[in-house]
Design a protein around this ligand. Structure first.
Ligand SMILES: [Zn+2]
Ligand SMILES: [Zn+2]
Length: 362
């Protein structure tokens, strides 16, 4: 039997290829992909051609098609279960892994890999990515069982919601009654609202650009109390106004590339406030004023990726159906439309406003 999969062969070049489905040993599994979330990093990889010869996709949800006896015991799942698969393939032996910080794993598994979606197809059994009909499950895989009755395009948002939980709740230890400002309203900004809300935040304020008007509407539906269009209003002034001068206990920065929000975050935080920096930047920020960090006794924390507990929390939140997550899932595409899926996520297709986009092969 063979599986169809998308392969990034060069910059902006995807190809639908076929691969043999491997025999599974005791410690391995095979996932029948239901939906595979398209990540902002898939888009950068497509645009820049950073990796070639890989099957992209590291945010998959699917059904266990085959599973070895040892894997079934370790992962506590059976054939036919629906699982969300984590991006990372941690080795379990290096110091960061032993310390529980497996998103910093150094060694990277039996084949020197540490994540799905980035591993060359030359390395057998080739099916290392989610944008495919089937994905091979390496013994180092981390899986989470998910309620099968949920629509797959909703359940697949476990990945961005995991980030929202970790970055806006667990890392800044958001407390009941806190004021939280979220800078940016992409997938991670929107899911951050849910993370903050679940922690008991009293007031949530979210920023965006004028083109993000539709995302700011979703922000309100997810529980944001105020939204700010940064092209029309001064963010610091607006937050001062909305908080009666108290400013924010927690600031979460998730904009992509923009450096002004990092500078603003220092002014937006109340004395003793916590700032989470989770948006990738491509330039250094000389205007960053460390004196203000010292004088206000701010805690500035970097955040990279998601951890097991945050994924678990995210899945329980999805299963609770408390939030209208369907508003955020804007597009589903088939495998042969993968190119379109990526360009919609990258805002290159006129008239389409992609927020969460996924690929579904079956
Ligand atoms: Zn991702
Ligand atoms: Zn490791």
């Amino acid at each position: 039997m063979q599986a169809r999969a998308i392969v990034q062969v060069a910059q902006r070049q995807l190809e639908l290829q076929k691969f043999d489905i491997p025999e599974i040993n005791d410690e391995e599994g095979l996932l029948r992909i239901e939906h595979s979330g398209v990540c902002g990093s898939d888009w950068s990889q497509y645009k820049q051609g950073t990796f070639s010869g890989v099957i992209p996709g590291h945010e998959p949800i699917g059904i266990i098609e085959e599973i070895g006896s040892v894997a079934a015991k370790r992962w506590n799942v059976q054939k036919g279960d629906r699982v969300a698969v984590e991006t990372m393939l941690p080795c379990g032996f290096c110091l960061p892994c032993i310390k529980g910080k497996y998103n910093h794993c150094r060694a990277a598994g039996a084949h020197k890999i540490n994540a799905y979606g980035y591993h060359n197809i030359e390395i057998k059994p080739s099916l290392w990515g989610g944008h495919a009909e089937f994905m091979y499950l390496d013994p180092h895989t981390l899986v989470h069982k998910v309620d099968k009755s949920l629509p797959a395009e909703i359940a697949v948002m476990f990945n961005p919601l995991g980030a929202g939980v970790r970055w806006a709740s667990r890392i800044p230890q958001t407390q009941i009654g806190d004021t939280v400002v979220i800078l940016g309203c992409g997938q991670r900004g929107l899911t951050g609202i849910i993370g903050a809300k679940e922690s008991g935040a009293k007031k949530i304020i979210v920023t965006g650009l004028s083109v993000d008007a539709h995302k700011l509407e979703i922000a309100k539906a997810f529980g944001a109390d105020h939204v700010i269009d940064v092209e029309k209003e001064n963010v610091v002034k607006a937050v001062r106004n909305y908080t009666d001068g108290e400013m924010a206990d927690v600031v979460v920065e998730v904009t992509s590339g923009a450096t002004q929000p990092v500078i603003d975050s220092i002014d937006l935080a109340a004395r003793g406030g916590r700032i989470v920096l989770a948006g990738a930047k491509y330039n250094k920020i000389p205007e960053f004023d460390s004196n203000k960090v010292m004088m206000k006794e701010l805690t500035v924390i970097g955040a990279l990726a998601v951890d097991y507990q945050s994924y678990e929390a995210a899945i329980r939140i999805i299963e609770s159906k408390k939030y209208p997550l369907e508003l955020m899932h804007t597009h589903s595409y088939s495998l042969d439309q993968a190119d379109l899926a990526l360009r919609v996520l990258g805002n290159e297709v006129e008239g389409e406003h992609g927020i969460h986009v996924s690929i579904t092969p079956h």
